[in-house]
Design a protein around this ligand. Structure first.
Ligand code: F6P
Length: 338
């Protein structure tokens, strides 16, 4: 079999480990040929494809980013006029046919899963693997990239405690996560955040102020506030800046903000993510070897399985207020905004 592999959407630690897991298993165990498609789905439009060999896979396990490159190309997305700028789907199908690719492995987040489902509906054999630091892909308990981002964000939050207490300040840190609050929740709890704001839980600034003041009265004249980038702010104000300004106005505390940004997407994957990537990559080739297409590989409990791609496409996995980390945090006096 000849399989194509592409990486699409935001990069994250663990993508190269996944490429390694797919390719080494396909080549060494199943005797397949693997072709790397560069820059996400754009590589199928540009016919920018090259065969991957064992040599091309050296040193990938702990390498950040993606050796294939990525893009946010959405070839099935119609223009405002309702038609494609050129017939991208036809170009993609022609490339796959001429390259004699029997299956395409799509590694990506929500957007990628949607495109992979449309590719499948167009008659292409597809297996996808969930990838995103946001952990918001429906159908899998976790995606690789998330543990690495949480590790980076937790370390950053740890570092804010000393400067907050030294200056008796409130330190606000904004973390990524798109429309979901998973990174803020997990890193906020791991980093000892006093206030954690998630897009899924509307916040009351007065409640936040009360929490900061009550800490002061308990002899803690400083606080750490962890803010998910997707929280609602008036007039699209930048979350960390908006929350810091509101806190300073509400409490009189000196407040500073940090936006962690793309640091959360860089560098080597954690060991957990390396092994999750390896497990998912290997399982994808197992599905291909059995002719089980139209599936997304998924972590279910501690078992690697698969879900129908059509069930996943277009769905977001968001934090629910009854999550045990939230319930436990509230019982410990951590404020989630209300
Ligand atoms: O999906 C991963 C992510 O880092 C989000 O957390 C963030 O909102 C978005 O990508 C940023 O997109 P871009 O890389 O296109 O700026």
């Amino acid at each position: 079999m000849r399989i194509g592999i592409l990486t699409s959407g935001g990069d994250c630690p663990g993508i190269n480990a996944t490429i390694r897991g797919v390719c080494k298993t396909a080549i060494n165990h199943f005797g397949m040929e693997v072709y790397g498609i560069h820059n996400g789905f754009r590589g199928l439009l540009d016919d920018n494809i090259e065969q991957l060999t064992d040599r091309s896979l050296t040193g990938l396990l702990n390498m950040g980013g993606t050796i294939l490159g990525t893009s946010r190309e959405k070839p099935f997305k119609r223009r405002a006029s309702g038609v494609f700028s050129e017939d991208k789907p036809a170009i993609i199908l022609k490339t796959i046919r001429e390259r004699q690719l029997d299956c395409i492995v799509c590694i990506g987040g929500n957007g990628t899963q949607k495109t992979a489902a449309k590719l499948m509906q167009a008659g292409v054999n597809v297996v996808s693997i969930p990838k995103t630091i946001d952990n918001d892909v429906w159908g899998t308990d976790m995606s690789f990239g998330f543990d690495s981002a949480v590790t980076i964000a937790s370390d950053a939050i740890d570092r804010l405690h000393s400067t907050a207490s030294s200056h008796q300040r409130v330190m606000v840190i904004e973390v990524m996560g798109h429309k979901a609050g998973w990174i803020a929740l997990y890193s906020g709890m791991a980093g000892g955040g006093d206030i954690i704001l998630l897009p899924e839980i509307p916040f009351d600034i007065h409640r936040i102020g009360d929490t900061i003041i009550s800490r002061l009265k308990k002899g803690k004249p400083y606080s750490i506030v962890v803010v998910a980038e997707g929280i609602a702010t008036p007039d699209g104000k930048k979350p960390a800046q908006y929350i810091a300004e509101e806190i300073e106005y509400e409490t009189g505390f000196e407040t500073r903000e940090t936006v962690l940004g793309y640091i959360q997407r860089g560098g080597a994957p954690t060991p957990f993510d390396r092994n999750l990537a390896t497990r998912m990559g290997g399982y994808a080739t197992e599905l291909i070897s059995k002719g089980e297409f139209g599936k997304m590989v998924a972590l279910q409990g501690n078992v690697i399985g698969a879900v129908d791609l059509e069930q996943v496409a277009g769905k977001l996995k968001l934090v629910t207020e009854d999550h045990d980390l939230i319930v436990q945090g509230q019982r410990m006096g951590i404020c989630f905004g209300r």
